[in-house]
Design a protein. Sequence first.
Length: 144
Amino acid sequence: MTQQPAHLTLGQRGERFAVEYLKHREGYRIVAQNFSVPLGRNRRNVVITGEIDIVAYDGETLVFVEVKTRSQETVATAASALDRPKQRTLSRAARAYRRLLHLDDAPYRYDLVTVVFENERCPTITLYKGYFRERPMREPSTIW
Protein backbone atom coordinates (compact mmCIF):
# COMPACT_ATOMS: atom_id res chain seq x y z
CA MET A 1 0.00 0.00 0.00
CA THR A 2 1.45 3.37 -1.01
CA GLN A 3 1.66 6.11 1.54
CA GLN A 4 -0.07 9.41 0.94
CA PRO A 5 2.18 12.48 0.46
CA ALA A 6 2.81 14.40 3.68
CA HIS A 7 1.17 17.62 2.44
CA LEU A 8 -2.10 15.78 1.72
CA THR A 9 -2.06 14.13 5.15
CA LEU A 10 -1.44 17.54 6.74
CA GLY A 11 -4.30 19.08 4.73
CA GLN A 12 -6.75 16.37 5.75
CA ARG A 13 -5.75 16.76 9.37
CA GLY A 14 -6.27 20.51 9.14
CA GLU A 15 -9.73 20.01 7.64
CA ARG A 16 -10.71 17.72 10.52
CA PHE A 17 -9.62 20.37 13.03
CA ALA A 18 -11.45 23.07 11.04
CA VAL A 19 -14.71 21.09 11.01
CA GLU A 20 -14.57 20.54 14.76
CA TYR A 21 -13.73 24.20 15.34
CA LEU A 22 -16.59 25.43 13.16
CA LYS A 23 -19.11 23.08 14.78
CA HIS A 24 -18.15 23.40 18.41
CA ARG A 25 -16.64 26.89 18.73
CA GLU A 26 -18.59 28.81 16.07
CA GLY A 27 -21.88 26.88 15.96
CA TYR A 28 -21.81 26.17 12.21
CA ARG A 29 -23.94 23.33 10.87
CA ILE A 30 -21.81 21.31 8.43
CA VAL A 31 -23.77 20.02 5.42
CA ALA A 32 -21.01 18.84 3.06
CA GLN A 33 -17.28 18.29 2.89
CA ASN A 34 -15.00 18.08 -0.13
CA PHE A 35 -17.76 18.88 -2.63
CA SER A 36 -16.24 18.49 -6.09
CA VAL A 37 -17.73 19.52 -9.42
CA PRO A 38 -16.38 19.75 -12.99
CA LEU A 39 -16.30 23.39 -14.12
CA GLY A 40 -15.39 23.02 -17.76
CA ARG A 41 -12.18 22.73 -19.74
CA ASN A 42 -9.13 24.92 -19.97
CA ARG A 43 -7.35 26.05 -23.18
CA ARG A 44 -5.52 22.71 -23.37
CA ASN A 45 -8.86 20.85 -23.15
CA VAL A 46 -8.12 19.54 -19.66
CA VAL A 47 -11.12 19.24 -17.33
CA ILE A 48 -11.10 21.86 -14.56
CA THR A 49 -12.56 20.66 -11.27
CA GLY A 50 -13.64 22.92 -8.43
CA GLU A 51 -13.67 21.72 -4.83
CA ILE A 52 -15.21 23.24 -1.75
CA ASP A 53 -13.61 22.03 1.47
CA ILE A 54 -16.60 22.66 3.74
CA VAL A 55 -20.18 23.75 3.09
CA ALA A 56 -22.02 24.86 6.21
CA TYR A 57 -24.70 27.10 7.59
CA ASP A 58 -23.92 29.92 9.99
CA GLY A 59 -27.45 30.65 11.13
CA GLU A 60 -29.41 31.17 7.90
CA THR A 61 -26.33 32.00 5.82
CA LEU A 62 -24.87 29.36 3.52
CA VAL A 63 -21.10 29.41 3.94
CA PHE A 64 -18.46 28.05 1.59
CA VAL A 65 -15.32 27.45 3.62
CA GLU A 66 -11.80 27.09 2.25
CA VAL A 67 -9.33 25.51 4.66
CA LYS A 68 -5.61 26.27 4.37
CA THR A 69 -3.25 24.24 6.55
CA ARG A 70 0.43 24.80 7.21
CA SER A 71 3.00 23.26 9.52
CA GLN A 72 4.45 26.75 10.00
CA GLU A 73 4.14 30.23 8.55
CA THR A 74 7.76 31.30 8.34
CA VAL A 75 7.79 31.63 4.54
CA ALA A 76 4.20 32.66 3.81
CA THR A 77 0.91 32.81 5.67
CA ALA A 78 -1.69 30.12 5.14
CA ALA A 79 -4.16 32.82 4.09
CA SER A 80 -1.91 33.93 1.23
CA ALA A 81 -2.60 30.62 -0.53
CA LEU A 82 -6.19 31.70 -1.25
CA ASP A 83 -5.23 33.90 -4.17
CA ARG A 84 -7.47 35.39 -6.90
CA PRO A 85 -7.43 32.33 -9.20
CA LYS A 86 -8.32 30.05 -6.29
CA GLN A 87 -11.08 32.46 -5.21
CA ARG A 88 -12.48 32.41 -8.73
CA THR A 89 -12.49 28.60 -8.85
CA LEU A 90 -14.10 28.42 -5.42
CA SER A 91 -16.83 30.88 -6.40
CA ARG A 92 -17.54 28.93 -9.61
CA ALA A 93 -17.86 25.70 -7.60
CA ALA A 94 -20.12 27.47 -5.08
CA ARG A 95 -22.30 28.78 -7.90
CA ALA A 96 -22.64 25.20 -9.22
CA TYR A 97 -23.51 23.96 -5.71
CA ARG A 98 -26.19 26.63 -5.26
CA ARG A 99 -27.62 25.94 -8.72
CA LEU A 100 -27.62 22.14 -8.15
CA LEU A 101 -29.51 22.45 -4.85
CA HIS A 102 -31.78 25.31 -6.00
CA LEU A 103 -30.28 27.74 -3.50
CA ASP A 104 -29.73 30.59 -5.95
CA ASP A 105 -31.57 33.12 -3.74
CA ALA A 106 -30.11 31.97 -0.40
CA PRO A 107 -27.74 34.37 1.38
CA TYR A 108 -24.17 33.09 1.22
CA ARG A 109 -20.57 34.07 1.88
CA TYR A 110 -17.02 32.79 1.61
CA ASP A 111 -15.03 32.08 4.76
CA LEU A 112 -11.43 31.03 5.22
CA VAL A 113 -10.11 28.88 8.05
CA THR A 114 -6.35 28.68 8.54
CA VAL A 115 -4.86 25.88 10.61
CA VAL A 116 -1.19 26.20 11.58
CA PHE A 117 0.51 23.29 13.36
CA GLU A 118 3.54 25.06 14.85
CA ASN A 119 2.55 23.36 18.11
CA GLU A 120 1.87 19.77 17.03
CA ARG A 121 -0.79 19.07 19.68
CA CYS A 122 -2.69 22.33 19.60
CA PRO A 123 -2.81 24.11 16.23
CA THR A 124 -3.63 27.77 15.85
CA ILE A 125 -6.99 28.04 14.10
CA THR A 126 -8.21 31.33 12.67
CA LEU A 127 -11.59 31.99 11.07
CA TYR A 128 -11.94 34.82 8.56
CA LYS A 129 -15.67 35.38 8.00
CA GLY A 130 -16.46 36.91 4.62
CA TYR A 131 -12.83 36.57 3.51
CA PHE A 132 -13.67 37.56 -0.05
CA ARG A 133 -16.61 38.50 -2.22
CA GLU A 134 -17.31 37.44 -5.75
CA ARG A 135 -16.07 39.97 -8.23
CA PRO A 136 -17.49 40.21 -11.71
CA MET A 137 -15.19 39.13 -14.47
CA ARG A 138 -13.61 42.16 -16.01
CA GLU A 139 -14.90 43.35 -19.32
CA PRO A 140 -12.63 42.71 -22.27
CA SER A 141 -10.90 45.86 -23.39
CA THR A 142 -12.21 47.34 -26.60
CA ILE A 143 -9.69 47.81 -29.36
CA TRP A 144 -10.44 50.68 -31.70
